[in-house]
Design a protein around this ligand. Sequence first.
Ligand code: DAH
Length: 341
Amino acid sequence: MENVLKEGLLAIEACQNLGDLQNVRNEYLSKKGLVTQLMGKMKDLPAEDKPAYGAQVNQIKQSLEAAFKLKEEALQEAAFDVQLQKGKIDLSLPSAMPLVGTLHPLTIVQTEIEQFFMGMGYLVKEGPEVELDYYNFERANIPQDHPARDMQDTFYINAEWLLRTHTTAIQTRTLEAYKGEIPVKVICPGKVFRKDDDDATHSHQFVQIEGLVVGDKISLADLKGTLELLARHLFGEARVIRFRPSYFQFTEPSVEVDVSCHICNGKGCPTCKQSGWIEILGAGMVHPNVLRMAGFDPEKVSGFAFGLGVERVALLKYGIDDIRHLYTNDLRFLNNFRRFE
Ligand code: DAH
């Protein structure tokens, strides 16, 4: 009996983990275990010895059970410590900062221009990038045989469909949608596409914002005042702008508006091709044919329109020397615009 207790206690002490302990427990305390076997021997004893024997076996059983319990707690604690050690968290490590993006410079400029015009009561209209030849050219008073339709300039999909070459396509759609109703006072932002060679100032895809106002006695003076306000809003008082007479099929008369180059301040540099000026928009009075085709009477109403390159404005505003920076999505470049949002 004493051996069972002594060896049992040693076996319990030697256990390295809870699995070992369970095995030892089975060996001693299960139905066929050593303690149970000791108890079984009681039936062979004389009656008067039985109580003392039984009490002794019970004593052993209780001692072993107590030892099991202590050992079990110790092993559980050790296992928990291992677990803690494994999942240890270094509270002194700096936390992972969430990566916050920024608006793209083109989005910033487009939004700024939209807000400027919305503040003056303009509505924002959009149109499809895959456009009908009809709205892109025909309704802009550019007939079949006009050189502006040259395959060199336009991405044609088929004889009827193309990638719009200018937001003037949205202008002609908008005019049609108004069904001769005035006033029309909209700006039309959107991507446009040209079969152009990419360089520091040209891209085969870029963003334009078209402006269009049609109403009662709208004049060139209204156009000039509007564009002057826009130029001041975008570039401040320091920049100089100039108007040059120009030609567009869909306006008469037509003007081109240049802004003095921000890189060289007008002295001449590669960005402005040594001219000191960068063209940012074309404009004019909506051509009577354009109004007539859309159901307006050019004898009764008149309008002005302009088309502005958003990239050009972004280059000027932020002093960017190459338009291609706006498309290559280099984060070292883009992250600079956080402060302009
Ligand atoms: N559509 C012209 C272009 O892409 C820009 C333009 C010029 C738009 C004069 C106009 C305008 O509305 O009146 O080059």
